[in-house]
Design a protein around this ligand. Sequence first.
Ligand SMILES: *Cc1c(COP(=O)(O)O)cnc(C)c1O
Length: 357
Amino acid sequence: MRVYNFAAGPSTLPLPVLEEAKKDLLDYQNTGMSIMEMSHRGKAFMAVNDEANALLRELMNIPDDYSVLFVQGGASQQFAAVPLNLLQKGKADYILTGNFANKAYEEGLKYGDMAVCASSKEDNYTYIPDMKNIKVRSDIDYVHFTYNNTIYGSRFTELPNTKETLVTDMSSCILSEVVDVKKFGLIYAGAQKNIAPAGLTIVIVKKDLIGKQMAICPTMLNYAIQDKNDSLYNTPPCWPMYIAMLVFRYLKKMGGVPAMQKINEEKAKMLYDFIDNSKLYKNNVNKKDRSLMNVPFVCPTEELNAKFVAEATANGLVSLKGHRLVGGMRASIYNAMPVEGVKALIDFMKKFEMENK
Ligand SMILES: *Cc1c(COP(=O)(O)O)cnc(C)c1O
């Protein structure tokens, strides 16, 4: 039996995609083998690479002067790849809104003169700092921020008000809401949250920013080389790219990102409204900054949190334990989580509240 899986990542995938992959597993398009077993330079896989690239461009409305790269190493690798490729003046500013934002900043410190231009650390990352009046240093190469904070459950609803190049980590929200790619110099995302299995990382970068990498930039992290080789400089993550292609086809069929955004807003509203109206559960994030994808909540005691997670699991609602930095519970409700899954969670939460008043 399939469960409703609220894992933060790797996370649930759309059932029709898994069924399609299962069908293809022993014999992909009459090749007599699976996509996992064939050359990445053969005709069948090259078509996957091209279609995945074209579909992502279509879904996100990515302009022609941007490159779309499929690489490995996870979003964490991009914490280094970004400064190694983009630093010209040697300076960048970082907005600290959570654990991954911090990690990106700390990795960046190895390569340049990095500064924190805004932070919500003093309030345990329960809000997004004011972006209208943000002050960044002059002569910087970029401003980095984490669009959706997977662990703390917050997201940016407004971009930093600056003319500097914007770089953002969209690992846990890519394709969940409409974004105007033109406003960014670079967007990166690990695929294992809202797209595909672990192993694939997506980089969307404005072409005029690449080819100016630092001399020490490893070949594998060099965006210009990945771009010139259509992400096939070496063996790419073939299987996650194939699943990504299926997910992109599925999203297109569902009506694209605007349709997903509508469903995601509906799912998040149902869950937050329920939490806000309950006496047992609490979400501590500033209302306007709440994530559409990751919804943390707590009960009043550790005992109740543990009981909640155990009983939810027994009821087919799994991976609800919160991140150790926040505690309590976290429901990750990515694109692939159906409305019915969120309804089932709310029904369970109601029942648990009744039984534990
Ligand atoms: C999960 C996550 C990461 C880390 O991703 P890896 O692919 O495991 O390196 C980075 N940033 C955000 C926002 C994430 O959610």
